[in-house]
Design a protein around this ligand. Structure first.
Ligand code: GH3
Ligand code: MG
Ligand code: MG
Length: 354
C-alpha cells in the first residue's frame, strides 16, 4: 500500500459533519415526536436502525397507519423485510426522510394523511419510493382503481389479503433495489472501476460545501498520462488500456475513505483529497507522480503522468474555479516538460493590484 501521508487528514471532522443539517432543529423535534409515538419495542428498533444504516435486511418498509399492525410486521419480518417505522399520516414525511424505506405501505384512512400528497412527494423524491395502500375496506374494483389514480401501486384488504400484500411488497422492494444498484453502477467508470465524472462532480460540490460550512479544506489533483498516444501507437490500444488501469489502481490504492479517485476522461484522472491543505496535497501529488513512474507496466515499461494541484480555499472556493485552477496547473506541468507536478497560483495572486 502506498502512503502519501504527510500528516493525518482531519477525517474525524468530516465524519462528524451532520448530514441532515439543512433541515435544522425542526426535524429533530419532529423526529423525537415520531420515535416517542411508537411502541417501546418499535422505538428501540428504529433507534437501532438509525444507528446502523447498513442493515443486511432484504428491504425496508415504512408503515403509515394509526393501528397496531403486529401480524403484518411479523409476516414481513419472516420474509426478511424490516419495518423501519410505524408512523401516523402527520409524521409520515419526517419518517420518510429519516428511515429511507424501499417501500411505503399506507392505510388511506390514517390520521392526517393525504394519499395524493404522499404519492406526489414520493414520486418527486429522487428515489421514487413506491407506495402501496392497505386497509380494512374491501379491495374491490372501485377502491383499487382509486388507489392507483392517486398514485399508489395497488390497494389490499387487511387482514384477508395480507399474503398478497407481502408478495407485492417483495416485488416492489426487489425492483427498487435493482434501481439503486443501477444508479450506483451509473456512477462508476467501466474500464477502471473508479468514480466517473458525474460522481466526482457530486463529491466536489460536497467538499466545497464542507469548506463553506465547516472550514474543512480540500484539494483537487488532475492527472493526465504523458504521451498515451505514442504508447497506443507503439504497443497497441489494449496495452494503452492496461496503462490506464494500472494508474487507476494506484489512485485507488492511495485514496482514503473520504477521498474520491475518478477517471474524468480517456486518459485523465482526478483525485479529490478531503480535509487536506494545498501544501500537503502538493507533497502527496509529488509522491504519487514518483510512485507511478517507478511502477513498470507489463509490456509497456515506464509510464509517467503530469499532475495539476489546486486547493480549496487556496486557489478556488467553488467547484468550477477549483477545477479550472487544477486544470490550468496541469497545463503548466505539461508545458513544463511532463512527468512533473504544478501547483495552481493562490487566488490573491490573480487579483490585480494585490
Ligand atoms: P500528452 O497528454 O502528454 O500531451 O499526450 P497524449 O498522447 O497522452 O495526449 P493526447 O491528448 O494527444 O491524446 C490522448 C491519447 O489518449 C489519444 C487517445 O487515443 C488515448 N486514449 C484516450 N482514451 C483512451 C482509452 O480509453 N484507451 C486507450 N488505450 N487510449 C486512450
Ligand atoms: Mg489528455
Ligand atoms: Mg495525455
Amino acid at each position: 500500500m502506498l502512503n502519501l501521508d504527510v500528516a493525518p487528514v482531519a477525517q474525524s471532522i468530516l465524519v462528524c459533519a451532520p448530514a441532515l443539517n439543512t433541515f435544522g432543529s425542526p426535524l429533530q423535534l419532529n423526529l423525537k415526536f415520531f420515535v416517542s409515538s411508537l411502541t417501546p419495542d418499535m422505538s428501540a428498533h428504529v433507534q437501532t436502525r438509525l444507528a446502523n444504516k447498513d442493515s443486511r435486511s432484504r428491504g425496508r418498509v415504512l408503515l403509515v397507519t394509526d393501528h397496531e399492525q403486529s401480524t403484518l410486521i411479523e409476516t414481513l419480518k419472516l420474509k426478511g423485510i424490516e419495518v423501519v417505522g410505524v408512523s401516523t399520516g402527520t409524521a409520515a414525511m419526517v419518517s420518510l426522510q429519516r428511515s429511507r424505506p424501499h417501500l411505503v405501505v399506507a392505510n388511506p384512512l390514517a390520521t392526517g394523511l393525504s394519499i395524493g400528497e404522499l404519492a406526489r412527494m414520493l414520486e418527486q423524491s429522487d428515489n421514487g419510493v413506491p407506495l402501496v395502500l392497505a386497509g380494512e375496506a374491501p379491495a374491490n374494483h372501485t377502491n383499487r382503481l382509486a388507489a392507483m389514480q392517486e398514485g399508489a401501486f395497488d390497494y389490499f384488504e387487511l387482514p384477508a389479503e395480507i399474503d398478497l400484500l407481502v408478495k407485492r411488497s417483495e416485488q416492489l422492494i426487489a425492483l427498487r433495489q435493482r434501481i439503486e444498484r443501477l444508479r450506483a453502477d451509473a456512477d462508476i467508470d467501466f474500464l477502471t472501476g473508479l468514480a466517473n465524472r458525474r460522481r466526482l462532480r457530486v463529491s466536489l460540490v460536497r467538499e466545497v460545501e464542507r469548506w463553506r460550512r465547516y472550514r474543512v479544506p480540500c484539494a483537487l489533483l488532475l492527472l493526465d498520462i504523458d504521451h498515451l498516444k505514442v504508447i497506443n501507437d507503439k504497443f497497441g490500444h489494449l496495452a494503452g488500456d492496461s496503462v490506464i488501469r494500472q494508474i487507476a489502481h494506484t489512485l485507488a490504492e492511495v485514496s482514503r475513505d473520504n477521498d474520491t479517485a475518478a477517471r474524468v476522461g480517456g486518459e485523465e484522472f482526478a483525485l479529490l483529497l478531503a480535509g487536506v491543505e494545498v501544501e500537503k496535497a502538493a507533497v502527496a501529488a509529488e509522491r504519487l507522480r514518483e510512485a507511478i513512474s517507478r511502477r513498470l507496466v507489463d509490456g509497456v515499461g515506464r509510464v509517467t503522468v503530469s499532475i495539476g494541484v489546486a486547493g480549496c480555499p487556496a486557489s478556488g472556493t467553488a467547484e468550477r474555479t477549483l477545477y479550472a485552477a487544477s486544470d490550468e496547473a496541469l497545463y503548466v506541468a505539461k508545458n513544463g516538460g511532463r512527468d512533473r507536478i504544478a501547483i495552481a497560483p493562490l487566488m490573491q495572486e490573480k487579483l490585480p493590484g494585490v
